[in-house]
Design a protein around this ligand. Sequence first.
Ligand code: NAD
Length: 250
Amino acid sequence: TALLQGKFAVITGAASKRGLGKATARLFAEHGATVAILDLDEAAAKEAAADLGPEHVGMACDVTDHDGAKTVIDALAAEWGRIDILVNNAGITQPLKIMEIAPKNYEAVLDVNLRGTLYCSQAAIPHMRAQKQGKIVNMSSVSAQRGGGIFGGPHYSAAKAGVLGLTKAMARELAPDNVRVNAICPGFIATDITAGMLTPDKLEEIKAGIPMGRPGTAEDVAGCALFLASDLSAYVTGSEVDVNGGSLIH
Ligand code: NAD
């Protein structure tokens, strides 16, 4: 059955072909949602949206640009008449050690993962509040919970831990307006974010640490996002949901 029939969803960082955002966009569309894919490159965003079908839209948006994100999300709200779902998925990582983090590394990683989540939420919240209904799903990481995933440096762990704090504070503040806010903490998922850094030996080493014995897929994460974006999770807010094959059981 269609869990998101008639719903309008905005997903950031969803142009990446094998990424978590694109898989989430596809699953939402299959469940009846109209989806807007926001990403840095306009052509890539439009191409990704076209893959889903003609009613979906792709738009250029840098999530770190406060006014830019607001302009794009306001335009979608004007066109659709509402914004039901926001998935803050845009993210970058860098495999640096603590002493290697230069100011520019800190800025890049904190800005996309954390500042971007704040700015896109601030753009969507007035619409969700006005309609007294909304769901925000934020992409954190196991890296936030265990102090490093596999490829992310300490600044990435800090940014993703920041996303968890922001998620919980927003959940508390927005609950009276019937806006639910939750986070997903993916473990190791095979996407392009690890571009080129994954050797066969490294993959075996990673698999040895996963009780389920396999890396996650983008679809594994999309399924969790669908749950959090739909009424199946009607009484769930401020939670962090692990999608990690048992690699961090706590
Ligand atoms: P990906 O690299 O495939 O996709 C990320 C997308 O974000 C890209 O399309 C990129 O263009 C976009 N992006 C980057 N900066 C942006 C900006 N300033 N504004 C708008 N878009 C921007 O990565 P992915 O693996 O699909 O990761 C998606 C999310 O999941 C990220 O937040 C990532 O940190 C998180 N995550 C991934 C894993 C994993 O193992 N793949 C694990 C935990 C968390």
